[in-house]
Design a protein around this ligand. Structure first.
Ligand code: B12
Ligand code: SF4
Ligand code: SF4
Length: 418
């Protein structure tokens, strides 16, 4: 350690204090070699082609799978989480086919912008007080944030593959600071999924080939955000009205019962993005798209890809009032918009029987994989609460997933208050 630097314990105390002051909800430390199965698991994911067109996931796989390959001087990894818990159930809007569902993480400011500046401030303090070198990451480099966060004890990677926290449920953004400072690691968080499989069963596109594994090519988040071309027909109906990302597997997790709503105002939903009308979104041109989504992660995908998604939702809406806009967009200069418009128009003109796909249990049952005993199962079937928005009350503390028994530490009661 350099002269005048804080010792490890004092440095850790400073990190905890400053992280809280900067609005982070949780901070833990791990070692760069704490997730030894990463190379093998990332390799399998890539060799199965589950990353689809996200070639950047494969480009620097060696660095991604091992922080020491990315930066050989790293000695400790500080993992941070910021709660973005919603104040309403993200599943409710799926029953409103005239509206577009924008996933919770994208209903206000881009989390990269919100978190990165604060990580830099914290890293600056670590560098100054610890006499150490630092690098900050929030989804900006080949770093696998979820397994590192699990190793650090922020939570565990649930069967939906995202990090679940006993305190914050599925709603944590992650960020990382790599440092040359030697810090004592925290204990990893064990898996608390038990026999629950609610997230696997709710997925509208059957994107989980197995527990803890995602085939991104089938995931609506990938299809609506990362995928540039026409959306494969087999997923279009199942998308329902999801026009940017998807929260189903996150929202159904019973551990959300303990989550609180986001403290950070920039992560609380903008009113105009809670339940936007498809009739308005379908009219966006480049300029109005950029203006509406300035500062939002949605801006990243551009107007054409966004309107493509809106058109798929329009085609699923059964709302004939959207047909004239669809017809006009069949002549759009963007081929991906024109193709989606033709698909939507054809569906609106033809009409199709049954309920809206997102709310039709029978339709869902037809698509869902079977439960472990050959029956479709869900959080409700397992006797678990569907979410903190179902039956929320100060008295109702959910049972943890089967297998947790009395070992599970209860979340804080204040998490149950609106
Ligand atoms: C690529 C990516 C995506 C892709 C692929 C997602 C994926 N699961 O890989 C797509 C576009 C689909 C996506 C979607 C979403 N994403 Co994303 N995404 C990323 C990114 C950039 C990299 C993730 C990655 O490394 N994937 C590669 C795979 C191989 O890694 P993995 O998921 O950890 O896979 C593990 C498991 O499969 C496990 N495993 C494999 N086999 C087995 C077998 C057994 C027995 C076990 C136990 C485990 C196991 O080991 C693997 C390695 O750890 C990260 C940011 C980052 N740099 O880390 C954000 C990140 C994961 N995304 C995030 C979010 C919020 C989302 C969405 C919720 C957004 C939305 N609402 O639409 C969805 C969630 C979809 C889902 N169910 O995962 C957050 C998650 C926060 C959290 N609490 O976990 C991150 C961390 C961004 C951030 N900084 O906050 N995302
Ligand atoms: S985000 Fe949606 S589509 Fe993707 S895995 Fe989860 S439930 Fe399935
Ligand atoms: S829904 Fe159930 S299986 Fe999925 S992450 Fe949450 S506890 Fe685990």
């Amino acid at each position: 350690m350099k002269a005048g630097a804080h010792g490890p314990a004092a440095l850790r105390a400073l990190i905890d204090r400053e992280a809280a002051a900067l609005g982070f909800d949780i901070v833990r430390v791990t070692k760069p070699d704490a997730a030894p199965r990463l190379p093998e698991r990332l390799d399998r994911f890539l060799s199965e082609g589950r990353h689809g067109t996200m070639g950047w996931l494969a480009d620097r796989a060696g660095e991604r799978a091992d922080p020491r390959v990315l930066w050989d001087a790293v000695r400790s990894v500080v993992m941070l989480g910021m709660n973005y818990g919603p104040d309403e159930s993200p599943l409710d809007i799926l029953a409103r086919p005239d509206r577009g569902a924008i996933s919770v993480y994208a209903r206000n400011r881009d989390y990269h912008d919100v978190i990165k500046g604060r990580l830099k401030i914290l890293a600056g303090k670590i560098a100054a007080k610890g006499g150490a070198d630092v690098k900050v990451f929030v989804d900006t480099a080949p770093v696998m944030e979820k397994p590192l966060a699990e190793a650090a004890g922020l939570g565990w990677q649930g069967k939906h593959t995202n990090l679940v926290s006993r305190e914050h449920g599925s709603w944590l953004f992650l960020g990382a600071i790599f440092t040359t400072a030697e810090l004592a690691p925290d204990a990893p968080e064990p898996d608390h999924c038990g026999s629950c499989r609610a997230c696997l069963d709710i997925c509208p596109t059957r994107a989980f080939p197995a527990s803890y594994q995602l085939d991104a090519r089938r995931c609506i988040s990938y299809l609506t955000i990362e995928h540039a071309g026409p959306i494969p027909h087999e997923f279009r109906e199942a998308m329902g009205n999801r026009i940017y990302g998807c929260d189903d597997c996150l929202a159904v997790c019973p551990w959300n019962k303990f989550a609180r709503t986001a403290r950070e105002a920039k992560l609380v939903a903008r009113d105009d993005l809670r339940e936007p009308r498809l009739a308005e979104l379908i009219e966006l041109d480049d300029a109005s798209f950029r203006q509406k989504f300035s500062g939002s992660p949605v801006k990243r995908i551009g107007r054409d890809r966004f309107v493509r998604n809106v058109l798929i939702a329009a085609g699923n809406s059964r709302d004939p009032a959207l047909a004239p806009a669809c017809r006009r967009l069949t002549a759009d200069p963007s081929p991906v918009v024109a193709e989606a418009a033709a698909w939507a128009l054809e569906r609106l003109q033809r009409g199709h029987p049954g309920q809206h796909p997102s709310s039709d249990r029978a339709w869902r049952g037809h698509l869902l994989p079977q439960g472990e005993k050959g029956q479709p199962c869900s959080a409700g079937d397992a006797g678990l609460p569907a979410s903190r928005f179902a039956g929320r009350s100060a008295q109702s503390i959910p049972s943890p997933p089967v297998g947790e028994g009395g070992r599970a530490k209860r979340g804080r009661m204040r998490g149950l208050k609106p």
